[in-house]
Structures are given as C-alpha cells and as structure tokens.
Write a protein that binds this ligand. Sequence first.
Ligand code: CBF
Length: 807
Amino acid sequence: MSETFFKDKDDFIAQYRDSCRKMLGKRYEDLNERDRYFVLASLIAHKARDLRSSAADLKDEKQVYYFSIEFLLGPLLDNYLLNLGIRDVVKAGCRELGTPLDELEQREVDPGLGNGGLGRLAACFLDSMAAVGINGHGNGMRYRYGLFRQEIDHGRQVEKMDNWLENGFSWEARKGESSVLVRFGGNVVRHEDDGRYWFETEGGQIVKAVPYDVPIVGYGGDKVNNLRIWSAEPASEDFDLQAFNNGDYAQAMRFRADVEAISQILYPNDAGEHGRLLRLKQEYLFVSAGLQTVLRDFERAHGKDDWSELPTYVAIHTNDTHPAMCGPELMRILVDERGIDFDEAFQIASACISYTNHTIMPEALEKWPIDMFRNLLPRLYMLIEEIDHRYRDTFPHDRDNWQDLLAETAILWDGQVRMANLSVIFAHSVNGVSALHTGILEDTTLHGFYELTPEKFNNKTNGISHRRFLGNSNPPYGKLITDTIGDGWLKDATQLSRLGQYEDDPSFQEEFAKARQWNKERLASYVKRTSGVELDCSMVFDVQVKRFHAYKRQLLNIMKVMDLRNRLLDDPSLEVRPTAFVFSGKAAQSYTFAKEVIRLINAVADVVNKDGRVNDRIRVAFVPNFAVSSAQLIYPAADISEQISWAGSEASGTSNMKLMMNGAITLGTYDGANVEIAKLVGEDSIKIFGLRTEEVDALRASGTWFAWDVYNKDHERLGRIIDQLNDGTFAELSGSFQSVHDELMMSNDHDLVLADFYSYVKAWEELVQTYGDRRSWIRASIHNTAQSGFFSSDRTVREYNSEIWHA
Ligand code: CBF
C-alpha cells in the first residue's frame, strides 16, 4: 500500500513540502509545529478520501449503518498511518525534516465526540469493520464542543469548555450538498384521496442537518468506509425580520442560535442528564437525517419499487437507546413518504434493526415524558402509540403473569415513553456486551422480553481495536512482538497466542521488561508535566482509569491507600511493595459524589506524596483530563489493572481488555468481561476478589448488611478510615469529606465498598507480593497479552456480522 501514496521517503518529503506551500502559502521551515501537524494530517486525510472515492461501487452488497450518538475517535493520525502502511516512511521523512512524528502527534487534539466506553466501542467497531471487510458506516452527531476539559484546582475537578474544533478537524469534509431537512414540532394533518389516507406534518421548526464525512480506512487500506456526523444549521437564512427592523438584533439572531444549539454540546452519559429537550432533539436529528440518507442511497442503488428488499441490503444497528427512534422514524418515512402499508413497514423496519444494551444502570435507561415527546415529535408519537396499541392488543393474554409482563414491556407507561422497550420491540436482535451482562439482561433488566421472545437475545462480548491499543499505543512492545512473531498479528489478533511460546523465554522477558520500563518513563514524564506528581519508575504502577461513578468504586481503591498509609505510620517496618497508584477519569458536571471522590484522591495524594515517612512506598497521582490520547500513554505503563466494580454492575468494561493486552495483571471482581478474562488467562495470571453476583443479590436481599455495624465493630481499621474522611486528616488541600462519609454511611454502603474491603486489600497484598518474583510476574504479563486476541474488536464485529447483520 505504501508506494501507492509515497514512492519513498524523499517523495513523501516533496509532497509534504508542496502541501505546506499550497495549504498555508509558506515553506515547511516557516511553519510552527501546530501548522506542520495540520498540513501533515490534511495531506493524509486527502489520500484517504481519494481512496474512498476510487473504491468500487458496492451497491449490490449489504451495508451496515451503525447509529451511535457518540464516536470517541481519539487521535487519528497514527491510526491512519498504521492502517495505510505508511508509518515508517512518514516517520523517516518527518525525522529528516526536523520535527519527529511523535512530536507532531502531540499537537493533535482529541475529537470531542464521546464520553467513554460506549463511544469508544463505536470507534473501535468502525476500525474493525473496515479491517475485516464489512461495509460498515457510522452515523452520529458532530458536537461543536466536547464533554469538558477537566482541570484540577486544589484537588477539585474544574470543567472548562472543550473547544476541540478551534483549529479545525483535518479528517472531516463538509458535505453541504448532502444536507437534509429535519422537522420538530408542527401539526399532523390527515389527507385522504380515493379511499387511501396518509399523514403529513405541517409547520414547526425545520432544521437543516449538514453531514461531515470522515473516511475510515481499514488496516491494509483495502476498504474505506465512512463515518457521517451531523451538524444542525438553520434551513434558510430566515430570521426574525420584525425584531431585526426594530433593531433587536439579539432577538433576530435567536432563531439561528436555537437551531445551532442542537449540535453544540455533548451530554454526559450519566448522572441523570437525560430528560432534556435538547437531548431529544439531538437524538431525533441524527436518526432522521441518517435514515433519510440511508433510504436515498438504497433508492439510488435498487430503485423505489420493492421496499421488502430493504433488509437484504441494509442493516441498522442501534448503539444503546439513543437511536431508539430509528424504528418509528423508518416507519414514518416508509408509511407517509413512500406509501407502504403499516404492517409491512413494521416488518421491514424490524428486519433491518438490531439493538445493543450497554448498561443496567437505571439512569441510563432513557424515558421521556409523553407530553414533551408528543409536542416535539407529534407524528412519531402517533406511530409509537399505534405500535404500543397493537402490542397490547396482540399480547398473549393466556399467560399466567401476562399483566406483569405487559407492565414491564409496554412502550408507553406511567406517562412516559420507555426507550429501551421501544428498542427491543423494533429489533430483531437484542444483545448485551459480556456473557455476564447478557445473562443479567435476560434474568432481570429485560426479563419480560426474554420470556416473550427469547430468540431475539444473544451475547456479543465487547472488543477493542488491538491495532490502536497495542500497535499505536505501545511502540516498543509492538515492535518486540512483530520482531518475534511477524506483523501478522496486526491483521489477525489471534496470532498473539503465538507469544505463548515466549512466556518463559529469558530474552523475550528481558525485552518485555525494557519495553515496560520505557512506557513507565514516558508516563512518568507526562504525569509530572500534567499533575506535578513525581512517579518513581521502579515502583509497581497500579492503575484505575475510567469514568468516575459510584459503582466503579474508585472510593474502594483510595480507601485501600488510606489504610496502607495508616498501617505504615503505625508500623514503619511494615513490608509494602512500593507502589504508585495512578487514577484518571472525569465525573459528570452534576455528579457531586463522583466529583468529591476525585477531590478525595487528590487530597490523599497531596498528603501521602509529601510525607517522607510513607512516600518511598506509596505515591498517588491523579492524571487530569482523561482522554483516548492520555489513556494510550497510561495502559502500556500499567503493572496492575484495577477493575473493581461491584459484581453485576459493569456491563463489560473495555479498559480491562486494553490493559490486559498491554500485559497488566487484572485485580478485579467477577464482573463484566473480567469473568471472561479470568477464564482465558487462568487463575495464576489474574487476581479475583469480592462478592460474586449471586452473593451481592443475596446480601442485598437478606437485609442483614449494616454499614454502621461495620463501623462500630471495626473501629480500629475500617472505622478509622471512615473517620478520616471528615476529621481533618486530608483537609489541608480543600477541606474535609463529610459528603463522601455520608454517602457511604447513609446509603448503607450501597456500592458494597465496606463489604468487599478486606477481600480487596488481601487480594492486592497477595498480588503485589508476587511482583517480587520478577520472572513469574513477567511471564504472567506476557501470558495476558498472548490470551488477549479474543478481545480484538475484529472478533466482535465478525460475530455481529455473522449472527446479526449478515452483510
Ligand atoms: O459497551 C461499552 C461500554 O459501555 C459503557 O461504558 C456504557 O456507557 N454503558 C458501560 O458502562 C461499559 O461497561 C461498557 O464496556
């Protein structure tokens, strides 16, 4: 592939220099680093777009459209270079020109198009679909501002605007000519002609949805798919003329501002941020605009005559409930605009649509008040009402528990539109994201549906792009692997299993250790630069990086550190393996408890790191502004991967997979995909602790767990830590932690922090103890990488394709 773009390094340099002149009218030497990055990224993006437009017309093949309100892409330059096979030539050229590639890459800004796991999964799927040859296209939102840029001030999270588009986004191209109109509000009017009737919506607010396309190049460059993200613009240059004539320019422009607001900001995925009108508008915008395009493309390729053929050529995957309106919107277009009969339209829609559930957390199972929904989307609501009505009419009333089942599964209930139910009713396939999670959906969260339609349910354990999270993120280890087993693993992650033969090989082990050390030093310098904390690279690096949420239990982790400190102060001769605890992650703006846990971690860091009595054995660092780019520095440096959510709470997790692939040993509960990691690596290469799902359920059901009992009975150790939350021990930086204390004690330890505490501390101690036996630790690390091929998202999308999409 490499020669298609650049004959050799000199050719690359010539083209790069030429682009500098053409794009910015300057010589390479006269550009600053940021502009050099911009020109390089634009040059590569051009090449990728050329590839896409010269790709064969595949109209006879089935297309998969992956609808997701988030695509957390992360930095793209290195990914394109790797996938196009031009990384070496570009690297050599950049070096010769004077600014090394990795320095230019540091200029790249993370696109603010996602929150975390769900959005990152969507991005991994795009990479994998293109890599394994599926015609798979993303359809999402183009947010002007990302979630927020996290800064830490006196230990507190401070949210700053994430103006990620400030200097442009080289990878996208605006496709104004493909814009479509989307209507909000208005009145539904019934038309009748010759015995036939149909509905049309009149009035309301009409918005122009403008697509921006990002080419997605598969590894090897054979397939180039497309990610289409939508931005909202006024449909015309209309504005409030009367206000304008009266000189009220602010009022005159409000119309434009109202429309543009739809794609201004990305909502947090937790802390109950749903229920907002703007969010509902976002959801409808990308669904309606995306489907209009899908149908237009289908018509161009296959004509307008046979809509029953739609499922033969089109698969629509709904990533969580945010695109749940795909079902009714597809029906609206088919019934109202293409004249298809209601029942047939429903059959067509459900044959096309599939749905993935990503969480059992109640705050993420969306519900919209009927009034709000009906006012904003009157025709869609009519269709949903009709579907719900028919669902109730045809419900199997002969079942003993039919009333309960209906109450659980109907779409409209209690004045609300239940989006998960809407998703399941329209989908021909419903899946969870790990074996454990799918089991919980079947047994609990979506149990009613499982009883009625068990054939819809299936599991698709998540995966990650191994090219990005090992190939791009960990250059020395990636090189070692390629030097040892060849580069076939980049295409086929199962080849990583060949590392199994090198687990005990002393020279491979030594090279692995060197790579780990290099990664630790790289991370340490980043941590120093961003948080001021000095990490000692001879320490164990113990890492917990993910969104802050009570169920993920960062509190449990920091309480372990508080306990260690207490014990070291009580007994300075206590043998503790020197460990650096690294945390990173954002808490939603309105999620007070999670923000307080961040503040607590920083307060503990402040106390511990400057205390000469303990800081040779424990250090704590909080790395601000967790993003894909910083994650890629953290994963390769980790010795221990903390995956400590209470069993049954984390749907799958994917940082567990990214860390495992880089050779970290998991310290985790039997939760999400940890269960599958444990099965693959075996008990010598993982440390499992804590209550199992059944035990969690039983403990909760028994009503015998009382946080205050623990506090009273265990005053010496656990009680002391709880006291330290509000006795001033950690108050110097920014005050004490009464609210964390209260949340823990008043919620009666809802997240079982106290219940799992001793099992956790014991597991951690046993694990770090084994770090002393370097050879066996490294063996286990290599073993983790060798077993990680299963978690490549190439495997995951292949499973989706063979069992759900059939593309
Ligand atoms: O399936 C991808 C990830 O999605 C989440 O992040 C989500 O936003 N619902 C879950 O919390 C993760 O467990 C899951 O891995």
